[in-house]
Design a protein around this ligand. Structure first.
Ligand SMILES: Cc1cc2nc3c(=O)[nH]c(=O)nc-3n(C[C@H](O)[C@H](O)[C@H](O)COP(=O)(O)OP(=O)(O)OC[C@H]3O[C@@H](n4cnc5c(N)ncnc54)[C@H](O)[C@@H]3O)c2cc1C
Length: 366
């Protein structure tokens, strides 16, 4: 075997798995078709689950120093504001919003400097090698030519359009249609609420986020029902501005805001929970589970799944358990961690109003 593990995709899930396995002395080949630092289509709001994973690979300090700690959960529902201090969990009572160009670069650099990890950038995986009905390696193309390598395990950490998942025919245990579209951009000059607030502005079934992030920028994002996608696609800038200005508690603070960079977005994010393993392969992060981004949970989920998978793979690679035992345990633990969040996100993606109404009722605000 050339490697113990080949990881396809080197962002949140892939770099974390590679760093954790390399640190444990396993030989890892980490491939990504991108070069780093580079951006990807994603807003990037995350919480304690991600902080814990970052701490495991020793980059928590580096990430937490890059952007404000958001210590106020600033919710506004149809004009009714109810800011609340973030006081849970005890170890990390705050949220953060760090652009993917920054976060992923820290993670990729961490993986690159791990003993036993070999990183190949601009290497697009185009084939899976099979031996005795088991996935046994990958083939790729890169600027200098073609490559092939074999390993005991191939991991698909290759995101929502996962090549690995497609090639192995990974089955879904739950699927949810597309319910929403999301568009976002970065701005300077936004006036923030007092304290460091992560702002969520709801108007009916529409949601606008306002998060201070790294480099002094503010992320402004809009999540709307999928029925509005056509209009957004025709005029992303105009529609994003309309949504931002329609939020009465936010609009006056945007008067001097200037956009930096383009408006980006998507109206094609469904929900799925895939069976994340088979003979010789495993899926992690978005390759194994995707939710509508309205709940901003993908990074917490991908990073936690990566930690779980790395732990279970170490048991297998260290010959403490067989493949099936290790992967069944990974599958179970992943689902235990994600089940509630996944189904809640899917359910409210269709309509946010039952959730916001319940939040107002609970606080005696209606
Ligand atoms: C609009 C939008 C907004 C979002 N907002 C948030 C948010 O606020 N908070 C949050 O937590 N999550 C958010 N998410 C979700 C979050 O982006 C994902 O959950 C997260 O990126 C998953 O990380 P990953 O490492 O699994 O996959 P990815 O980050 O998608 O990385 C996959 C990597 O695989 C590589 N790759 C793919 N195919 C190949 C191949 N054939 N060969 C080699 N490399 C390959 C890609 O180049 C990429 O670098 C959002 C997503 C979208 C689309």
């Amino acid at each position: 075997m050339d490697y113990d593990v080949i990881v396809v995709g080197a962002r949140v899930a892939g770099s974390l798995v590679a760093a954790l396995l390399g640190e444990a002395g396993h030989r890892v080949l980490l491939l990504d078709r991108s070069r780093f630092p580079s951006d990807t289509l994603s807003t990037h709001f995350f919480r304690a689950a991600t902080f814990r994973a970052l701490r495991q690979v020793g980059v928590y300090e580096e990430v937490q120093a890059r952007a404000p700690h958001l210590t106020v959960n600033y919710n506004v529902v149809d004009g009714i504001a109810f800011p609340e201090a973030v006081d849970r969990p005890e170890d990390y009572p705050f949220y953060m919003c760090v652009r993917r160009i920054t976060l992923d670069d820290i993670l990729v650099r961490r993986a690159r400097r791990t003993p036993f990890v070999e990183l190949r950038e601009a290497a697009k995986v185009t084939g899976l090698l099979k031996e005795n009905d088991r996935i046994a390696g990958v083939a790729w193309v890169e600027p200098s030519g073609r490559g092939e390598a074999k390993a005991r395990v191939v991991i698909g950490a290759d995101g929502i359009r996962s090549y690995v998942a497609r090639e192995v025919g990974a089955r879904a245990e739950h699927e949810e249609p597309v319910h929403r579209a999301m568009y976002y951009a970065y701005f300077r000059g936004v006036v923030h609420v007092e304290g460091q607030g992560a702002e969520f502005h709801y108007r009916g079934n529409s949601l606008v986020y306002c998060f201070p992030c790294d480099d002094g920028l503010t992320l402004l994002a809009s999540s709307v029902p999928i029925t509005q996608f056509k209009e957004f696609k025709r005029d992303p800038e105009g529609m994003l501005l309309n949504e931002l200005r329609s939020m009465s508690a936010l609009a006056p603070r945007l008067v001097r805001a200037e956009r930096e960079g383009e408006v980006r977005g998507s109206g094609s994010i469904p929900g799925y929970l895939r069976i994340p393993w088979g003979e010789g392969w495993a899926l992690v992060g978005d390759a194994g589970m995707v939710m509508d981004p309205w709940s901003g949970q993908g990074i917490d989920q991908a990073s936690t799944h990566a930690v779980i998978l790395a732990r279970r793979l170490q048991e297998y690679l260290g010959e403490k358990v067989d493949w099936k035992t290790a992967m069944r345990a990974y599958h179970l633990e992943r689902n235990e961690f994600s089940y509630k969040t996944y189904h809640r996100t899917c359910a409210y993606a269709a309509d946010l109003r039952p959730m916001t109404r319940e939040a107002l009722l609970r606080r005696g605000l209606i």
